[in-house]
Design a protein around this ligand. Structure first.
Ligand SMILES: Cc1cc2nc3c(=O)[nH]c(=O)nc-3n(C[C@H](O)[C@H](O)[C@H](O)COP(=O)(O)O)c2cc1C
Length: 417
């Protein structure tokens, strides 16, 4: 076993993997994955809400085996967590979306591929033996999106996930200060002065890249900065990386769009992601959605919205008559977080930054370790709390949770990522 593999195997929690990722991958890349919007109040709130949530524990019970399986939007998963859509994963390693998909398949759970990804969607489906879902942004406009939907369906994606919380891109302040889009610009079409300026800006990144030779070598072998292979124009050309900001601004989705998207996708499951209240969940259901993901985009869009777990706690009791399948993401860093989230009646939960931490730490081995860690934490928590299956978590519901009587957050660990 090599030195890096040993470090991955030695990781005890997902924070250990994030620390490894930061050693392996340059800051301009890791900051993109870490960051949240504005003052990052919601980003921290997502994690804090889980840290502050308290469970009961019931002893004198033995579980010869546990059943972690769940069925969500008609898809069976062996574990109740899946990969949330995370754009630009390929910046972490070669064909990283396909690597993620392979790991998800090995755990018999779902990979959700972001529209803003650098790996051709056909390769992502081919890499997994499980279900893959395709997350949709309307980048490039309706015609481009419709072609993307058709391509995803033909490739074998089994659900479409429409993200509705990106009417405008959030201001990820820390990353913006690094001016990533300035250095992502191509030299093409620039005059001599501009070229020189860009070359200087790019050269400033050299030290952080050269200090991370493993990442740099694999990034260069993988073709360097990628295009968005899953947003093709009418001539089949992929959207250049540098166009991302302008394209997102021009790709606002409305409830009206849900009608044609439902039609274009056909009968298959349709999930709406980025929902914050029961009224919007009902609207999604009325327009033909099968599932909803409670999500504040990992604190990357509107800062100051409630932590994702608080959204779940407030809204789920208002939807007891709904036929939707509910999921959430935001702030989940360990298996007890998964247990607490599921106790609100969710079918499954999504992992965003934990996926990035695993891939960043070491591709397939790193993400596999991330999944192993969260799975074993969940199993341990289930045994200690006294539930043997996801059904039992749902049945126990609020009985599994306790109100914390500790004031303040002085007793809580620092937020690593
Ligand atoms: C770097 C990054 C990129 C993301 N890209 C997308 C995306 O392309 N589409 C989308 O719907 N959500 C995207 N998200 C949001 C995630 O799907 C998810 O909601 C969020 O990461 C959950 O929070 P967590 O990171 O605390 O798990 C992204 C999140 C991160 C961290």
């Amino acid at each position: 076993m090599g030195r890096i593999d040993r470090r991955i195997a030695d990781a005890v929690d997902t924070a250990d993997l994030w620390k490894l990722a930061r050693r392996r991958v340059p800051p301009i890349v890791t900051e993109y994955f870490r960051g949240g919007a504005d003052a990052e109040i919601t980003l921290r709130g997502n994690v804090r809400a889980f840290q502050q949530a308290v469970t009961t524990a019931r002893g004198a019970r033995s579980f010869p085996s546990l059943d972690l399986s769940t069925t969500c939007i008609g898809h069976r998963m062996d574990i109740p967590f899946f990969i949330s859509p995370v754009g630009s994963l390929r910046a972490l390693g070669p064909m990283a979306d396909a690597v993620a998909s392979r790991v998800a398949g090995e755990f018999n759970t779902v990979m959700t591929l972001s529209t803003l990804s650098g790996t051709p969607l056909e390769d992502v489906v081919a890499a997994s033996r499980g279900d893959c879902w395709f997350q949709l942004y309307l980048c490039g406009g309706r015609e481009t999106a419709a072609r993307g939907i058709e391509r995803a369906r033909r490739a074998g994606f089994t659900a479409l996930m429409l993200t509705i919380d990106t009417g405008v891109a959030g201001m990820r302040a820390m990353h913006a200060r690094m001016k990533p889009m300035e250095v992502a610009r191509p030299f093409r079409g620039l005059g001599p002065t501009e070229r020189l300026r860009l070359a200087l800006a790019k050269s400033k990144l050299a030290p952080q890249m050269l200090c991370r030779p493993t990442w740099l070598a694999s990034h260069l072998r993988d073709g360097g900065l990628f295009d968005f292979e899953n947003v093709l124009d009418i001539d089949g050309a992929p959207m250049p990386y540098a166009d991302i900001g302008a394209q997102l601004e021009a790709s606002v989705v409305t409830w009206e769009d849900l009608k044609w998207i439902r039609e274009a996708w056909g009968e298959g499951p349709l999930i709406v992601k980025g929902v914050h209240d029961a009224e919007d969940a009902r609207r999604a259901e009325d327009l033909g959605a099968t599932g909803v993901v409670w999500s504040n985009h990992g604190g990357r869009q509107q800062d100051r919205v409630p932590p994702a777990l608080h959204i779940v706690a407030r809204e789920m009791p208002r939807l007891t008559d709904s036929r939707l399948d509910f999921m959430m993401d935001g702030g989940i860093r360990n298996g007890t977080d998964v247990l607490i989230a599921l106790s609100h009646g969710l079918k499954a939960v999504g992992l965003g930054r934990v996926t990035a931490a695993g891939l960043g730490a070491g591709g397939h081995a790193g993400l596999t370790r991330a999944f192993e860690i969260v799975k074993s934490e969940l199993e341990r928590a289930m045994r200690l709390v006294g539930v043997g299956s996801i059904g039992e978590i749902h049945a126990a519901g609020p009985d599994l949770r306790r109100e914390s009587l500790l004031a303040g957050d002085g007793h809580l660990p620092p937020i690593v990522f």
